[in-house]
Design a protein around this ligand. Sequence first.
Ligand SMILES: Cc1cc2nc3c(=O)[nH]c(=O)nc-3n(C[C@H](O)[C@H](O)[C@H](O)COP(=O)(O)OP(=O)(O)OC[C@H]3O[C@@H](n4cnc5c(N)ncnc54)[C@H](O)[C@@H]3O)c2cc1C
Length: 292
Amino acid sequence: MHDFEYLAPTTLAAAVAALAMPGARPLAGGTDLIPQLREGRRRVARVVDLKRIPDLVAITPLPAGGVRIGAATSATAVAAHAAIAHDYLALVETARLIGSYQIQNRASLGGNVCNAAPSADAAPVLICLGAQAEVAGPGGRRTLPLEELFAGAGQTILAPGELLAALVLPLPAARSAATYVRFTPRNEMDIAIAGAGAWLRLADDGTVAAARIALAAVAPTPLRVPEAEQALLGQRPTATLLAETGRLAARAARPISDTRGSAEYRRELAKVLTARALAACCAQLGLTVEVA
Ligand SMILES: Cc1cc2nc3c(=O)[nH]c(=O)nc-3n(C[C@H](O)[C@H](O)[C@H](O)COP(=O)(O)OP(=O)(O)OC[C@H]3O[C@@H](n4cnc5c(N)ncnc54)[C@H](O)[C@@H]3O)c2cc1C
């Protein structure tokens, strides 16, 4: 690994100042960044460790409902937090999917989204939960819907000197449910060949009042599928409807072929996983919908 300077600021302002220096890169858990440096896939002049900044490793329930998760908080801390376990079970389950216990003890959700791998597991479920990305930089703070953070495979819209400070989740609506499912050849320590997140909110009459669907590893960025979401609105969830929604998701997918799977295979997975994620949401809401 090449030499670089290690900086460990203890305030957000100091981190922003350090990131303005040439060749600086944030370091959270390092489970993506360190292998990239070791294998020569990325060069940096300095790394700015975010884990010593209290604001970035705190989970704070918000007074008006919802929760703010410091971007460098470990997956383990997220999964163990009582407020998150109570309101965002899908996020707990996803945090527990990432790598192994050892990886989860280091890996942050902020690192997962800022690494911007198309296969990142946390991105679809956070998008489905309505996460906002709180960004801090030389110009102050700004907030944007998480899906707008991604610019391409391995790329975010963060400007030089900016960092992701937190992920902010709204309070879940009544009669809503979310989930994330992925397909990996192995049960653990594997990267998703494809994944699907879903969120549903039912109206009093049992029809779908609102829906979000976000896919992993079938496009350069996490892929929200508005046309599939629209197809659900005003409808009662049935096996036929969920299968059709899966087909719409597959049609929107723009997968590549690589050593882990062909584009065709990924498209098929997008279809199947979308229907299964929606069926799992239905099950949480007390509806049984059998899908393939
Ligand atoms: C053995 C192994 C298994 C894995 N399994 C999975 C898996 O199952 N699912 C999965 O999705 N991933 C997996 N990963 C990838 C990795 O663990 C996750 O993406 C993890 O969440 C990255 O978080 P981190 O805190 O370690 O990020 P880091 O490595 O510290 O950072 C990742 C990137 O994001 C940038 N960054 C970090 N924090 C910020 C911030 N706050 N603001 C701006 N930029 C930032 C860094 O500069 C770097 O470019 C695995 C990795 C390993 C080594």
